[in-house]
Every structure is written in structure tokens, then in C-alpha cells.
Design a protein around this ligand. Structure first.
Ligand code: CTP
Ligand code: MG
Length: 177
């Protein structure tokens, strides 16, 4: 059980890093350049910026590179193997999922920062796994077993909430979700 938890966490590290780093480093030009969609609402909103996207993805990749190095240097073969492709896909997919969620959020009329339970917690998992399914399905099916998936689905909202509450108290995030 503990080994499954550790494996699930190890797999998700490159996808977990981008969101908090984007919250920490984000700001400036919004990805949608302030443009509105046909429905009159913003395409993505001011909560999705280039600085957040680039810093978040780079941080996820950097930590993933560290994981690849640790795995090889210390022979940590009891943990799932991250690759250059898996790390890039997980990090980028996480924020792609986050943007996809914001796009739909704006379409259903929710304002930037408004809470949208379930979607707010699982957007990064959906984005990372859908992108993995497209670009590296072999890695996905080798590493994401049913047990691992169940643990990821339990672990993700717990970590998400914990990190966001901390982010709120240290004034990095405007809302505790
Ligand atoms: N952020 C960013 N760029 C991104 C993602 C996040 O700059 N691509 C920063 C923004 O400052 C954002 C904060 O991280 O406000 C928290 O992210 P999130 O909760 O995903 O955004 P919200 O502001 O809640 O916006 P939304 O309602 O669209 O989810
Ligand atoms: Mg939010």
C-alpha cells in the first residue's frame, strides 16, 4: 500500500509542481491577451498568464529531470521510471488541463477565481493523462495501473487543498481553493 502511494506520488510530481509555481510566479500578459469569446466572457481570464505557464512548465520539467537523475544515479528502480517525454508531457499537460478548465469555466459564466469543485482539483490529472494518451500511450499504460489511478484520484484533491490553503495564508493565492 505504501509503495503504491509512493509510486503514485512519484509519477505525479512533474504534474503537481506547475500549478503552485504558476501561482507563485504568474502575472502579466494573460494568455488570451484580454480577449473575449463570442459569449461576451473572457476566453480564459486574467488567471491564466504566459509567465505562469512558462514558469510552471519549466519548474515541472526541472523537478522531473531531477527525478530522472535520482532514479538512474541511485538505482531507484522500485519507483516508476520517468523519461524526458513523460516529464514534459506531465508538466505541460497539467497546465493545459488547467487552461481547458478555465475555458469551460468562463463558458458556464463562472468568474476568475470562483470555485468549481471537482474540476478545480482534477483538471491537471485529466490534462496530463489525455496528453500522455496522445503522445506516449505506452508510458501511460505501463505506469498508470488501476491501483495507481485510484491512489492518484484520492491523493490529488488532498494535496491540492493542502497546498492552496497554505498558498492562501502566505498570500500567494487569493482564494483557499
Ligand atoms: N496562474 C498564472 N498562469 C497560469 C495558471 C495560473 O498566472 N497559466 C496564476 C494566476 O495568478 C492565478 C493563480 O496562478 O490567479 C491561481 O491559479 P488558478 O487557481 O488556476 O486560477 P484562478 O485565478 O482561480 O482562475 P480560474 O477561475 O480561471 O481557474
Ligand atoms: Mg482557482
Amino acid at each position: 500500500m505504501f509503495s503504491t502511494l509512493l509510486a503514485a506520488f512519484w509519477i505525479m510530481v512533474p504534474a503537481y509542481i506547475p500549478n503552485p509555481v504558476a501561482a507563485l510566479c504568474g502575472g502579466g500578459t494573460p494568455i488570451d491577451f484580454g480577449k473575449t469569446y463570442a459569449d461576451g466572457h473572457r476566453i480564459l481570464g486574467d488567471g491564466k498568464t504566459y509567465r505562469g505557464l512558462v514558469s510552471g512548465v519549466c519548474a515541472g520539467i526541472a523537478v522531473g529531470a531531477l527525478q530522472i537523475w535520482l532514479w538512474g544515479a541511485f538505482g531507484w528502480t522500485f519507483l516508476p521510471e520517468q523519461t524526458a517525454a513523460s516529464v514534459v508531457i506531465l508538466a505541460f499537460g497539467a497546465l493545459l488541463g488547467d487552461m481547458g478548465k478555465s475555458f469551460i469555466k468562463r463558458r458556464i459564466g463562472k468568474n476568475r477565481g470562483e470555485s468549481w469543485p471537482i474540476a478545480d482539483q482534477y483538471d491537471l490529472v485529466a490534462g496530463a493523462f489525455i496528453l500522455m494518451l496522445v503522445f506516449d500511450p505506452a508510458w501511460l499504460f505501463t505506469n498508470i495501473t488501476w491501483q495507481i489511478l485510484v491512489v492518484i484520484l484520492i491523493l490529488t484533491p488532498i494535496l491540492h487543498r493542502t497546498v492552496n490553503i497554505i498558498g492562501y495564508h502566505i498570500r500567494v493565492k487569493k482564494e483557499p481553493w
